[in-house]
Design a protein around this ligand. Structure first.
Ligand SMILES: [Zn+2]
Ligand SMILES: [Zn+2]
Length: 141
């Protein structure tokens, strides 16, 4: 069940960058692709899909930098603390992935699935979900 509040707020580790995302939002997935692992320094990264128009920076936008991978996937991050906050591709500008680990609003929804488990870091067993066309394109798969 997705009983998350209508408005979610999040921030980077140092707190300079803050954002807000309104409902409705899409699914939440744990992504094991190498790009997510590297950019987050973690075994996998968790993203909530949102419409770009439902997302807004509320502080510290000048403190953001964008990194574009060779696949064309872009990620915004705080230049002070390095937190990755969003992920998108210019090929699909209407959709934005929000790094769920940066949310300050408690997350009460359950992740749909683990994706790109083929690239997983560990020997863990994960329930594999179906990737969207956009997610496959974003990871270059
Ligand atoms: Zn920061
Ligand atoms: Zn990924």
């Amino acid at each position: 069940m997705n009983d998350m509040p209508d408005i979610l707020e999040g921030s980077c580790l140092c707190g300079r960058v803050r954002y807000r995302v309104r409902a409705p939002r899409g699914e939440m997935d744990h992504c094991h692709c190498v790009h997510c692992r590297k950019s987050h320094g973690a075994a996998f990264a968790t993203y909530i899909e949102a419409r770009s128009e439902a997302f807004e920076w509320i502080a510290g936008r000048e403190n953001l930098e964008t990194y574009m991978a060779d696949t064309g996937t872009k990620r915004s991050f705080c230049v002070t603390c390095g937190s990755t906050l969003t992920c998108w591709t210019d090929a699909d500008p209407a959709v934005l992935e929000v790094a769920a680990g940066t949310l300050d609003t408690p997350v009460t929804m359950r992740a749909r699935s683990h994706i790109f488990v083929r690239s997983k870091f560990d020997e863990g067993r994960y329930v594999v979900g179906r990737r969207s066309r956009r997610q496959r394109a974003a990871a270059g798969a």
